[in-house]
Design a binder for this molecule. Structure first.
Ligand SMILES: [Ca+2]
Length: 502
């Protein structure tokens, strides 16, 4: 019997219940044993084209390549164009604007406290939950992952190790990618080693401890690499010396180090005997960055753009006990689909409020059958990042509204993505009815999201909470320069002050 048929026999009743999101019956011991662990590894600022398996001619990513071969690969999988927005959509199963996330800084990266996370849902379903790396959805205590469903938290602050922005968004002082001080369950820990090595090591330690308890786990490993600054272990930077400019060599080195860590993680899962019943997902958090100079897989645009290159990322899924690997799925899928997929797989029982929150669809039918029917849908990409107070003026600026075939960009350009995946030819005049359809969907969407933008005028604190906590634990305090940088009233960051007139 094929794997998929075995799965169908084993899972059909449980899945039907979960699909309907009806109140599930209490699980028997046998059903409990079948629920898989979930490991989600997400690289930062690494694009679709930054992997050898996706055609990059220079980088070496043997572990991700081998994993992709064993996986179901989504070939039209979209995230948001920047860091915090993608993390928010992933955590909530809905567009990030619905949770007030319209930027990566200036308090606009804070995920609404009204929103329920997939970690909360999995935790309520009996999963142990851990995060290792970059949270980037609010650095104040009430926004931190330990209050948003994670049992184990091992995270840096802000959108990157060592960052300082005015208000709440900032990491511990003095941090670099080497031996950073990391907030571990509310207490800072001085680490030893390169950041990616440190995050994987802690994730592995935690999973090793949890597996002894027999509980299924959700390990979320959102790395800060290969976001700038391009700090990379020298041995990795040297691999592309002479072949690529120094910045690119470092960027590729960061990814190759991540690839080695990912391979070591896969080996651990296998050695623990958990390979068969663990769902592992590998993806990235937005489109490509400096790697696009070498290869962008034929796409237009990169991070912080509304074009395909800004949002289309690798998305590899492997769960040997759950579905066959080695297949491509062409259906239009997105990060918002991960919440309902994980919830269904875990047999979770989302509340009415959660069901209303989630916009995505479970990907399980596609994972089990890549050719499964998949109704067309409209997905909105909006880069956000407008100057504070200017949202109305940016309604049609840096946005893309798309279905499986067409993308309407800024209400001025229409692309036929099937005929023209590189988005080179504007066909707006040839398909006015398609543009009108997408525009109408967007107009409705825009009216819905406006009242949800709760962070637009918020003025953050004068001291980054991570830094305040660090100085409380270790002593010390800010010098005048640091004080000025953190204070929203005195910072020189453009847009960092509250709008004065209104
Ligand atoms: Ca990013």
């Amino acid at each position: 019997m094929s794997r998929i048929n075995r799965l169908a026999l084993l899972f059909a009743p449980a899945l039907a219940t979960a699909l309907a999101f009806a109140a599930a019956p209490s699980r028997t011991a046998g059903e409990e044993a079948r629920r898989p662990n979930i490991i989600l590894v997400m690289a930062d600022d690494v694009g679709y084209g930054d992997f050898a398996c996706n055609g990059n001619p220079m980088i070496k990513t043997p572990n991700v390549d081998a994993f992709a071969k064993q996986s179901v690969r989504f070939t039209s999988f979209h995230v948001s164009p920047t860091c915090a927005p993608t993390r928010c959509a992933l955590m909530t199963g809905a567009h990030e604007f619905r949770s007030g996330v319209t930027h990566t800084i200036f308090e606009r990266e804070r995920m609404s406290l009204r929103s329920v996370t997939i970690a909360q849902v999995l935790k309520s379903a009996g999963y142990a939950t851990g995060i290792f790396g970059k949270w980037h959805l609010g650095d104040e205590a009430e926004y931190q992952p330990d209050r948003r469903g994670f049992d184990e938290t091992f995270v840096h602050g802000a959108g990157g190790i060592g960052q300082t922005y005015p208000g709440s968004c900032g990491d511990a002082p003095g941090n670099t990618y080497f031996s950073p001080t990391i907030l571990h369950n509310g207490v800072f820990e001085k680490t030893d080693g390169y950041c990616t090595d440190v995050f994987f090591a802690q994730a592995i330690r935690w999973m090793d401890a949890v597996r002894e308890t027999g509980a299924p786990f959700f390990a979320y490993v959102p790395l800060n690499v290969a976001h700038t600054p391009l700090q990379c272990p020298e041995a990795y930077a040297k691999r592309h010396e002479g072949e690529a400019p120094e910045d690119l060599a470092r960027f590729f080195g960061m990814i190759e180090n991540l690839d080695d860590n990912f391979g070591a993680l896969l080996d651990k899962v296998r050695d623990w005997g958990l390979e068969s019943n663990t769902l592992i997902v590998f993806m990235t958090d937005n489109g490509g960055t400096i790697g696009t100079r070498v290869f962008n897989a034929g796409m237009r645009g990169a991070k912080v753009t509304q074009y395909e290159g800004g949002t289309r990322v690798p998305s590899f899924w492997r769960w040997p006990a759950g579905f066959e690997g080695g297949a491509d799925v062409a259906a239009l899928a997105a990060h918002i689909d991960m919440f309902p997929t994980f919830a269904e797989i875990a047999g979770a029982e989302p509340t009415e409020a959660v069901r209303k929150q989630v916009e995505g669809r479970s990907l399980l039918p596609l994972l089990r059958d890549p050719a499964a029917p998949w109704a067309d849908r409209v997905l909105v990409t909006h880069v956000g990042r407008w100057p504070s107070g200017k949202v109305e003026e940016f309604k049609y600026v840096k946005c893309s509204i798309r279905d499986a075939r067409f993308a309407l960009v800024d209400d001025r350009e229409l692309y036929d993505l099937q005929a023209d995946p590189g988005q080179k030819r504007n066909v707006l005049d040839e398909h006015p009815e398609e543009a009108a359809k997408l525009r109408a969907a967007y107009e409705k969407w825009w009216r819905e999201i406006l009242p949800r933008l709760e962070n637009e005028d918020v003025v953050g604190p004068k001291v980054n909470p991570y830094k305040a906590l660090y100085w409380k634990q270790f002593g010390g305090g800010p010098d005048p320069d640091m004080k000025r940088l953190m204070d929203p009233e005195t910072t020189t960051f453009p847009g960092g002050r509250r709008p004065t007139s209104s």
